[in-house]
Ligand binder design. Structure first.
Ligand code: PXP
Length: 251
């Protein structure tokens, strides 16, 4: 039987809004809006997992958020992290179900490109192994590029998350067919390499229709569009709407 397409809801932007009032690590647990409350709301709408990213500059999620979410919300947790000793240390203490390794630079507005697994192979391979030794499944966030998929398989990653940012930008500009084809080819290659294939970045309530044409997808990670929609209809309803759209998927 075909598995349903799962939805990981990225709730970083709940913390982004809170940080607009400069909450500190100490005050964050009491300031609004609260990521733990948001996590519960997302679950009520049918989220299959929650995704959080503690960035090096702590621009949204704080360390305390991650540990509270892990302790208080009984759902699979996906911890997005840069490939640094600091984040590895947090992940090994937090023990999320999944870790997704992402590139991270201080100036970027959001994660702007995939991880270059080929260029950073040795460090990434060691990080993957240390996380897996702690019982954490590891995903690599990569561009839909066959060389990166080969490198991800060589790193013994459990999963890849295909970066759909170029597709999302193309969809907005109407130049979409080539980007969808790149994602289809990459997904087929990831599946053939026995990697679980996820996708994320820039997916919204409109462009999801093209995402649903990509074969072999196990999970989508969506943040910005769901949080934006939640400002109009609430987070539980926004997640439910996205899940309804996703229910049309057949791998
Ligand atoms: N996947 C990864 C690895 C990301 O870094 C992000 C953005 O934080 C997302 C998915 C979600 O992207 P968006 O917020 O555009 O839905």
């Amino acid at each position: 039987m075909a598995m349903p397409l799962l939805l990981g809801v990225n709730i970083d932007h709940i913390a982004t809004l809170r940080q607009a009032r400069y909450a500190t690590m100490e005050t964050a647990p009491h300031a609004e809006p609260c990521p733990v409350v948001a996590g519960h709301d997302a679950l009520a709408g049918g989220a299959d997992s929650l995704t959080i990213h503690v960035r090096g500059d702590r621009r949204h999620m704080q360390d305390a958020d991650a540990f509270r979410i892990r302790a208080e919300i009984p759902t699979p947790l996906n911890f997005e992290m840069g490939v640094t000793e600091e984040m590895l240390g947090i992940a090994l203490k937090l023990k999320p179900d999944f870790a997704c390794l992402v590139p991270e630079t201080r100036q970027e507005i959001t994660t702007e490109g995939g991880l270059d697994v080929k260029a950073g192979f040795d460090k990434i391979r060691i990080t993957v192994a240390r996380l897996q030794d702690a019982g954490i499944q590891v995903s690599l966030f990569i561009d839909p590029d066959l060389a990166q998929i080969d490198a991800a398989a060589e790193c013994c990653a459990d999963m890849i998350e295909l970066h759909t940012g170029c597709f999302a930008n193309a969809a907005a500009g109407g130049q979409v067919a080539a980007e969808v084809q790149r994602l289809i080819t990459a997904s087929q290659a990831g599946h053939a390499a026995k990697l679980q294939v996820n996708a994320g970045h820039g997916i919204n309530y409109t462009n999801i229709q093209q995402i649903l044409t990509i074969p072999h997808l196990a999970e989508l990670n969506i943040g910005h569009s769901i949080i934006a929609r939640s400002t109009r209809i609430g987070l539980t309803a926004a997640v439910r709407e996205m899940k309804e759209l996703m229910s049309a998927y057949s791998a």
